[in-house]
Design a protein around this ligand. Structure first.
Ligand code: AMP
Length: 188
């Protein structure tokens, strides 16, 4: 099973994916985590850090290279959870093409919806508990803006494929998880 999680920063994608990866026994592919892991003193590492720390999206070619390499691993054969990817329509189209070449496709795209004020609140709280350089008020604003301008159109792209299921992300973590399980249940 291949599931894409789409939602603004702070919507709870990571939290839900962590739980679901254990239940479904398929890997959790977080491009944010993979990109953070490439931050180092090399020229590439510095370039990636610059994108992440300013809240801008890393270039599609770089993200696609990281994702397609990850998908070659044996543990992705029976599926995976995409968290924070695709974030542009171009990434979504390239993913469709890549999966098609492998004789695969997405089963479900979860549209995790959360009110904007709640997002800022959650991200400011996360800044206190997790050491993420991009959880600052300016960067949060930039990331939200980028979500609505560049990532929200990805939902339109997937809607035309008929795979989108909306989830009310304002519910409790357990209720959100139950809604996700329901959405997966409709696939059987
Ligand atoms: P996240 O952990 O998903 O919030 O991602 C943190 C940061 O990594 C984002 O603000 C972007 O700078 C970068 N990033 C993560 N995923 C992508 C992606 N699919 N495309 C471009 N940049 C990304």
């Amino acid at each position: 099973m291949r599931i894409v999680f789409i939602g603004p920063p702070g919507a709870g994608k990571g939290t839900q994916c962590k739980r679901l990866t254990t239940e479904l026994q398929i890997p959790h592919i977080s491009t944010g985590e993979m990109l953070r892991a490439t931050k180092d003193d090399s020229a590439l590492g510095k370039m990636v850090a610059d994108y992440i720390d300013s809240g801008r999206l890393a270039p599609d070619y770089l993200v696609m290279r990281i994702v397609t390499k990850r998908l070659e691993a044996a543990d992705c054969v029976s599926g995976c959870l995409f968290d924070g990817f695709p974030r542009t329509v171009n990434q979504a189209q390239l993913l469709t093409e890549h999966l098609k070449n492998q004789g695969q496709q997405l089963d479900l795209v979860l549209d995790l919806r959360v009110d904007q004020e709640a997002l800022v609140d959650r991200l400011m709280k996360r800044a206190l508990t997790e050491d993420r350089a991009d959880d600052t008020s300016e960067t949060i604003e930039a990331r939200l803006r980028i979500f609505f301008s560049q990532t929200a159109p990805v939902l339109e792209y997937y809607r035309s494929m008929g795979v989108v299921h909306a989830i009310d992300g304002m519910q409790s973590t357990d209720q959100v998880y139950a809604s996700i399980q329901d959405a997966i249940g409709t696939l059987d």
